[in-house]
Ligand binder design. Structure first.
Ligand SMILES: Nc1ncnc2c1ncn2[C@@H]1O[C@H](COP(=O)(O)OP(=O)(O)OP(=O)(O)O)[C@@H](O)[C@H]1O
Ligand SMILES: [Mg+2]
Length: 130
């Protein structure tokens, strides 16, 4: 059975990552996945921060939606929706001192799988938890 938990709708501001982390952590604990909370918080932070930055670049009012699916038993999936048509790219850090370009690599390392799809209103990026 597909369980779609209630979604969290956020303005793309500075507090969005923190609110999203708390939301995902609460849902995971409720579903009996407390052991996955630590990795899920890091993944949520990275995906939501990327969505906030992409939303900023749009310069129009928009929102970010965060939700947790439990499609495969024991494999919850974090979804982050934003309105930007830009897509994630695994740029990687340009050098060892670079301050950006590591987020998706961290997510890829922590998650079972990471992917995205474009929608008529932007896109969704998701990560399936190990
Ligand atoms: N939700 C998104 N919408 C649009 N572009 C995205 C999104 N997520 C990632 N990207 C693109 O993919 C690039 C790489 O993302 P990644 O998280 O790996 O690094 P970063 O955000 O640039 O830096 P860091 O996460 O290390 O602070 C981003 O710079 C951005 O161009
Ligand atoms: Mg990032």
């Amino acid at each position: 059975m597909l369980t779609v938990e209630k979604e969290l709708i956020l303005p793309p501001g500075a507090t969005a990552p923190r609110e999203a982390r708390a939301f995902i952590a609460g849902r995971l604990v409720k579903q009996g996945h407390a052991a996955k909370v630590s990795d899920a918080k890091v993944i949520t932070s990275e995906l939501v921060t990327n969505a906030v930055r992409a939303s900023d670049r749009l310069e129009i009012p928009c929102e970010i939606i965060v939700c947790l699916h439990d499609i495969y038993p024991g494999r919850p999936c974090i979804e982050v929706w934003d309105h930007s048509p830009e897509v994630p790219t695994y740029t990687g850090a340009s050098d060892r001192y670079a301050e950006a370009g590591r987020g998706l690599a961290i997510v890829r390392g922590l998650a079972l799988s990471v992917d995205w799809c474009l929608t008529s209103h932007g896109k969704c990026v998701w990560a399936v938890l190990k």
